[in-house]
Each structure stands twice: as structure tokens, then as C-alpha cells.
Design a binder for this molecule. Sequence first.
Ligand code: DC
Length: 218
Amino acid sequence: MPIPVLTIDGPSGAGKGTVSRLVAKKLGWNYLDSGSIYRSLAIALQQTSAGLKNVTEIVRVAQAMALDFECGDELIVKLNGEDITGRLGLESTGSAASQIAALPEVRRVLLQKQQDFRRLPGLVADGRDMGTVVFPDAENKVFLTASAEKRAERRYKQLMEKEIDVNLAELIKEIDARDRRDMEREAAPLAMAAGALYIDTSDMTINAVVEEVLNLIR
Ligand code: DC
């Protein structure tokens, strides 16, 4: 029997992170926040002179980076031993992550790192291509989305809670550009996997979404 996987894909601000963490906790399963791997690479690159376009150098940094995830109430991420959790959530980090995520060579290097999270008793994997590319054989797949306004509003609240200063109009523009890039790229674009359960979370509470996802597993 393969180790069970539940994939949750969708655009930014759809609620993937919150829902995935709660579902993983209820099931007692492991959790993969695949976006944080791309975000960590974006931060690793800031510490080099590679920039976001030098593919050979980016691949070298991706292969060399040592990541450590501590999944408590909040996800703590260490890059080569240094706690980078605070910088991970910045929209500038998300934007850089989206740019390097468009490079097929980068996706290839990070594939195994993501698949390594598939451990017993099961895995909840959140991202853009979890159901289509990384875990195509997953038993259960979900596609979460919400209106552009709701997604921007949620990201805004999240950043304010973390005391990260943002301008809502700027944020809407940045998220829109990021989502468009993630959907239009050739390598593993954001797309709904065949057979995935589609949930529009615009007018739903977090608990209602969690229940709907859990019903799929039960
Ligand atoms: O989920 P997130 O906002 O943390 O992801 C940041 C960026 O990383 C996202 O804009 C695109 C990229 N990403 C990806 O290409 N594939 C994934 N499975 C997860 C994230």
C-alpha cells in the first residue's frame, strides 16, 4: 500500500496553508508547505550573487541548501542552520520564489526534496503542482480557490498580524502578477488536477472548509 497523500493546490491566499495544517493535525499526518521550499531558495539566493536569472548558479544553491522544518503551531524553517521564518512570509520573498519557480531545472532539483516528505502515516501537501506533478498518484486531491479580493484581503490580514507593513493596493498588484506567472508558466503551472475536489472558499469559514476536506478522506 502506498503512503496516503492528500494534495491541496490553489492560488495564493486561497487558505491552503491554514486548511492543510488543520487537516494534517486532525489526521495526525505530516505536512508539506511546498511554497516554503521555493521561498527558502529565494532567501538562500539573497546570500549569494546569483540573482534570479543565472540558472546554473541557482541550481547549485538549490542542491547545496540544507533545510530543516519544525512543524509546531507555527512552521519554523531553518536554512543552513539559520532561522529564516520571519523573512519567509514577506511578499517580496513570494515574488522572488515565483520567479525562480518558473525555471524547469529548479523544479527538477526540488522535486525529490518534496517527495521525501511522504512518510507514514500520511502526508498533506500544499502548493501549486502537488496533485499534478509531485504526487500525481495521490488518492485525494483538492483545489482551493477564492475571489481575487478575498485572497488579497486574507494575505493583507496575515501580513498585518505578523506586523509586516503593507499597502493593500500594492499587495493586490503583486499577488495578481504572481498568480498570473504561476498559472501561465510552462513548467508545472498552477492547475486543477484531474479528479480534484474544487472548493471556492470566498464565503466559507475555515472550519467549514476543513470539514469538507476531511469528508473527502473519510
Ligand atoms: O504557496 P506560496 O505562496 O508560499 O508559494 C510561493 C511561490 O512558490 C508561488 O508563487 C509559486 C511557487 N510555488 C510553486 O511554483 N510550486 C509549488 N508547489 C509551491 C509554490
